[in-house]
Design a protein around this ligand. Structure first.
Ligand code: SF4
Length: 171
């Protein structure tokens, strides 16, 4: 979805929230968190052939504080759960999460006591990408869907929700 604006010769009008969302949706810096085989497909999506940079996601950040989108690609064992949660907590708002692959979405083929059965019990997930593994095209499609979602967000919604929770007041 593009920026909704009214323009004429020499002038442009839009709403502040639309232009903020437009900017955010066009620069979703990813934190690539590959923990298993899905991570290989994620690397392909970031490399030259699939070129995720076309959509503004050209700067993979391995520091949570400089990332917008956590791409969790692969199996999460129970031992990794606190690490995943800490990384998510260290990301600044606004932040989004893509669960890539069956393991991230639901535990996948690993129906066992030592594997987390879906990361959405640990952190909030915005987009689920099915497949074992999903192809790079699937991740690109997920990114486009996330960009649409960011365009629909209120720019301060998440911050307001966090503040309300901190203060213990109703939103
Ligand atoms: S979904 Fe399949 S390819 Fe992806 S991490 Fe799990 S087992 Fe590996």
């Amino acid at each position: 979805m593009g920026l909704q604006a009214y323009s004429g010769p020499g002038w442009l009008l839009t709403k502040a929230e639309q232009i903020i969302n437009w900017g955010r949706s066009r620069s979703p810096w990813p934190l690539p968190y590959g923990t298993a085989c899905c991570g290989i497909e994620m690397m392909c999506a970031l490399a030259a052939t699939y070129d995720m940079a076309r959509f503004g996601a050209e700067r993979p950040s391995f520091s949570p504080r400089q990332a917008d989108v956590l791409i969790e690609a692969g199996t999460i064992t129970k031992k990794m759960v606190p690490v995943l949660r800490r990384i998510y907590d260290q990301m600044a708002e606004p932040k989004w999460v893509i669960a890539m692959g069956a393991c991230a979405c639901s535990g996948g083929v690993f129906r066992t006591y030592s594997v987390q059965q879906g990361i959405d019990d640990v952190i909030p997930v915005d987009i689920y990408v099915p497949g074992c593994p999903p192809r790079p095209e699937s991740l690109l499609y997920a990114l486009l869907k996330l960009m649409d979602k960011i365009q629909q967000d209120h720019p301060l919604y998440k911050q307001r929700a966090d503040l309300a929770e901190t203060l213990g007041v109703e939103r």
